[in-house]
Ligand binder design. Structure first.
Ligand code: SAM
Length: 240
């Protein structure tokens, strides 16, 4: 069943009105009809079955038939702290990590980031749109947020059960061994990925001092846009 994004799923009882792109897609592109059923998601994990009850000039009215919590959400909530990669890679990282079940994405500024945000860009708006589209496409009812930029040295990781630093210079401990040594399944896990230039050793040390665990992702050096999704896939495989 097709899925559409509806922000106000609970504000108006069981009657929902869709307008804008979602309404256009239903009426003009898909040419759906009165009586057709579809799924409505609110981006916060709720998923409703609804039936089309009417069309207006630029809106579609629906009646909710059933409400539920999406089963597409992983139990472990993984937050990706992604050090800013060079132009154009962030969209791919967001899209793939949303498909793989990421909970939230934090763009991070670290010492070796080539790209530094200038505060005027509208990247965050675009990145959140990428997240919403990827979430809809893969059947999630939850839209992971891409947050404001954070400086690596200023991030407080204390709210996380597990903080995993993918560190290219780590040769002792690998991700598999680390995950298998966990006493219990984490509810909130942080994953930290460096930029193309990697981590400055002092930065890595600071994260470890703050409770991070440096792990190797294997003997090959992955691109920054590969490392996060590879790590997330392994975490989901091991913990879900
Ligand atoms: N400039 C670094 C070097 O030459 O060693 C490579 C950095 S890599 C392109 C970007 C980020 O991906 C790293 O900072 C790390 O977070 C992650 N990464 C890539 N390969 C990894 C590996 N084999 N083990 C751990 N982390 C890795």
């Amino acid at each position: 069943m097709r899925r559409f994004y509806a922000e106000n799923l609970d504000a108006s009882g069981n009657i929902v009105t869709l307008s804008g792109d979602e309404a256009k897609h239903i009426s003009r592109v898909l040419r759906m009809c009165q009586g057709d059923e579809l799924l409505l998601i609110n981006g916060a994990g709720e998923e409703c079955t609804a039936v089309i009850t009417g069309f207006n000039e630029d809106s579609v009215t629906l009646e909710i038939l059933s409400r539920g919590i999406s089963s597409a959400e992983p139990e472990v909530r993984v937050t990706l702290f992604q050090c800013l990669p060079k132009q154009g890679k962030m969209e791919v990282i967001i899209q793939k990590c949303v498909e793989l079940g990421i909970h939230r994405i934090v763009p991070v500024i670290s010492k070796r980031c080539v790209v530094k945000p200038d505060g005027r860009d509208n990247k965050l708006t675009r990145w959140n749109r990428v997240s919403q589209e990827a979430s809809k496409q893969c059947g999630r009812a939850f839209v992971p947020q891409v947050t404001e930029y954070k400086k690596l040295a200023e991030i407080d990781f204390s709210a996380f059960d597990t903080v995993l630093l993918a560190y290219e210079n780590e040769s002792e401990r690998n991700l598999k061994a680390c995950l298998r040594s966990l006493e219990e399944k984490p509810r909130d896990a942080a994953v930290i990925i460096g930029p193309e230039g990697g981590f400055d050793p002092a930065e890595a040390e600071l994260i470890v001092q703050r409770g991070g665990v440096a792990v190797s992702l294997g003997r090959r050096i992955l691109r920054t846009e590969t490392a996060g999704m590879a790590m997330l896939a392994q975490i989901m495989y091991e913990l879900e």
